[in-house]
Design a protein around this ligand. Structure first.
Ligand code: APR
Length: 320
């Protein structure tokens, strides 16, 4: 059987880490694409030279030509810029929308059968725009945010309870940003809901509330420390888990930004919900019962995503 092909659009910090992980995990041959000349080629050469040490034969190439992503099975998009000091949200939206347009058209022309995972921020708006520009079916274009947000939540909870991260199953809904909704009633340690652990005296409501707040601003905390960039190891790992779920038809239930039409009272909006990922892409949105507080918080998150889409349509009328 021919090796699978993984195309990474954007060869920056996350793109390079994605390529490293995909090679180590033997997901397939890898193409790193970027608009900057030399960077994808240089990273590809460096990564290829890991092969003899790690024992992988994946072909890793760098390119500035969309023709080289032809036939990709999975495409992970990190192209774009991160918000810099002094840049308004609309400035960022305007820049990354243009990038999504170029990327969407490149995918449409060269790899229309791929499963596409978008990471570029602001995530919920960019994944929607990328789907619009690429014209791919909704189930084949998803956004990576929930796996990362849940991983952040799980990390902090494991530290708080003094347990293995393997036993923490964290649940996060909504948009990627300040309005994300970590749901403690569905978050468990070996099946025991966090709310019950609080009742058992293993932690306090105040401490869990602080962890929820820290999870919500998890990306910002890292930007504050790095100063010149944003998180990339955990975002890359999270997207690779989604790619593996698709390539291996694993039917994993993962939180992801997917097109929700008819569930959660939504009529065609990209937002973070639990979804089954398998060979069909985003195969089924799982609708869970939410208590009043989670429902209210989810609505705030949905409204924030809708507001972003209005701004996108204002910037690029072709999206109207
Ligand atoms: N096409 C392809 N690549 C592009 C384009 C474009 N039109 N515009 C910019 N790029 C490339 C840049 O040249 C750079 O190599 O995208 C890459 C982005 O890499 P980094 O700046 O290192 O950013 P990274 O940390 O990888 O994050 C990428 O993911 O989490 C989000 O907010 C983050 O939107 C950002 C994205």
């Amino acid at each position: 059987m021919a090796r699978k092909k993984i195309a990474l659009i954007g060869a920056g910090n996350i793109g390079g880490t994605l390529a490293h992980l995909a090679a180590l995990k033997g997901l397939g041959d890898i193409v790193l694409f970027d608009v900057v000349e030399g960077v994808p080629q240089g990273k590809a050469l460096d990564l290829s030279q890991c092969g003899p040490v790690e024992g992988f034969d994946a072909k890793i190439t760098g390119s500035n030509d969309y023709a080289d992503i032809a036939g990709a099975d999975v495409i992970i998009v990190t192209a774009g810029v991160a918000r810099k000091p002094g840049m308004s949200r609309d400035d960022l939206l305007g820049i990354n929308l243009k990038v999504m347009k170029a990327v969407g058209e490149g995918i449409k022309a060269n790899a229309p059968d791929a499963f596409v995972i978008c990471i570029t921020n602001p995530l919920d708006a960019m994944v929607w725009a990328l789907r619009e520009f690429s014209g791919l079916p909704h189930n084949k274009v998803v956004g990576m945010a929930g796996v990362l947000d849940s991983a952040r939540f799980a990390t902090f909870l494991a530290w708080e309870f003094g347990v293995s991260v393997k036993d923490v199953n964290a649940f996060v809904l909504g948009g990627h940003g300040d309005t994300m909704v970590p749901v403690t009633s569905y978050t468990t340690v070996s099946g025991i809901p966090v709310d019950d652990l609080v009742k058992m005296g293993k932690s306090s409501k105040e401490k869990i509330d602080a962890i929820v707040a820290r999870t919500r601003s998890g990306g910002g905390e890292i930007v504050g420390l790095l100063k010149t960039g944003s998180a990339y190891y955990a975002p890359a790992t999270s997207a690779i888990a989604m790619a593996e779920a698709y390539l291996g038809d694993q039917k994993r239930i993962l939180p992801a930004a997917v097109h929700v039409d008819g569930k959660y009272g939504l009529d065609g909006l990209y937002v973070g919900v639990p979804v089954m990922i398998g060979a069909g892409g985003a195969e089924e949105v799982i609708e869970i019962a939410l208590d009043d507080e989670a429902k209210q918080n989810f609505q705030v998150s949905v409204d924030a995503v809708k507001e972003l889409l209005v701004a996108c349509r204002g910037i690029d009328p072709s999206l109207a």
